[in-house]
Design a protein. Structure first.
Length: 366
């Protein structure tokens, strides 16, 4: 039976069994959704029109900047991609509005047909953002271990969190494999209007990482994983945040207090953060027969400023993804699973260390 949602949570029936769905513990009430969207939706539509109007002068100025800075079109590329991104955001919001009219007027916004229509919209939005980045920013990417996805789902995807674009790239990879993702994401991403609107019509959960009581968060993450279909994958970034050396040291210090037995394994990590186990264990408990997919990558960095991004456009090396599937029959019981996950995560880290220097010719472009 699903966990009953307290009054402050927004719920909506989306599954075939008419079970309540929860998207966040505090940001998905009708009031909070409209409070965001009254700003974000007009802002993206206005921004797109402004970008289009200013594109020509931006290209002229950008071309001069690139010439003087001896860049390979970095400014021009980013200006065009800004228009591409804003256009896709605007189109996604408008498409979602059309779907709302189509299904809401018939009382079918929660139907399976509506769910699949919004999944197609999500797939269109994410794959075209990635295509634009590949064409305009030189962001080539490939996937090793593609056969791990050909088997189909459902899957529990443990993805490395190395940059701001990880969720977008993972969504594109899963879409290419014919899998519909369910994401566990941070609540701050709800300020992206397309992700906010469409994300609230699909099974996703936007976690409050600063919550003082994580029980509602864990209950809702477990619920998200409890009814996966064969063409679905639940995606979690078990590090919880993007890597930095300071965050690594902080994570080790925290483990020294909360789980001293995990410190030795955490100290051996050099490229990824230790797994935050609470959310992942909730997923494993809720989906006890679902295979795990470890999805790693190298070649993309955490661009903390627009200047960092500008200096790396076009991207100097392809992004290499590596997929490793582990049958659920190979995972140990509850008493040993954390140690087992830490060992797999050390192997995950070793792959990053081994493959960071040079891209492999075996990666299949996608």
């Amino acid at each position: 039976m699903p966990v009953s949602a307290p009054p402050h949570r927004a719920v909506l029936v989306v599954s075939a069994m008419h079970e309540p769905r929860v998207w966040s513990s505090r940001d998905s009430t009708r009031r909070e959704r409209w409070r965001r969207r009254i700003f974000t939706v007009p802002a993206i539509l206005t921004g797109f029109l402004a970008f289009v109007v200013l594109l020509i002068p931006a290209l002229v100025i950008g071309g001069i900047v690139d010439l003087l800075a001896r860049r390979r079109g970095s400014t021009v590329r980013l200006a065009i991609y800004a228009v591409w991104w804003a256009g896709l955001e605007s189109a996604g919001v408008l498409w979602a509005a059309v779907l709302w009219v189509r299904y809401s007027l018939l009382g079918q916004l929660d139907s399976r047909n509506s769910l699949h229509a919004h999944s197609r919209l999500q797939r269109w939005w994410s794959t075209n953002l990635v295509r634009g980045a590949r064409s305009l920013l030189g962001m080539a990417h490939g996937l090793e271990g593609r056969e791990a996805l050909r088997v189909g789902g459902p899957l529990i995807v443990l993805a490395r969190h190395g940059s701001q674009g990880d969720a977008l790239l993972v969504a594109s990879i899963l879409a290419t494999a014919g899998l519909r993702p369910r994401f566990v994401l941070k609540r701050q991403l709800l300020w992206d209007p397309c992700l906010d609107v469409v994300g609230h019509r699909l099974p996703n959960y936007f976690v409050d990482r600063n919550s003082t009581d994580n029980r509602p968060e864990l209950d809702n993450i477990a619920r998200l994983a409890s009814d996966l279909e064969d063409d679905e994958a639940i995606v979690i970034f078990p590090e919880g945040t993007r890597y930095s050396e300071a965050k690594r040291k902080q994570a080790i210090d925290t483990l020294g207090t909360t789980a001293p037995g995990r410190v030795a394994s955490a100290r051996r990590l050099r490229h990824v953060l230790p797994i935050r186990t609470a959310g992942l264990l909730s997923i494993l408990d809720a989906a006890p027969s679902t295979d795990l997919l470890f999805l790693n990558h190298v070649g993309v960095h955490d661009f903390r400023t627009l200047g960092d991004l500008w200096r790396n456009v076009p991207f100097p090396v392809p992004i290499r993804f590596h997929a490793r599937r582990i049958s659920r029959n190979e995972t140990p019981g509850a008493s040993e699973v954390v140690d087992w996950l830490d060992t797999r995560w050390e192997e995950f880290d070793d792959w990053v260390a081994t493959n960071t220097s040079e891209p492999s010719s075996s990666a299949t472009a996608s």
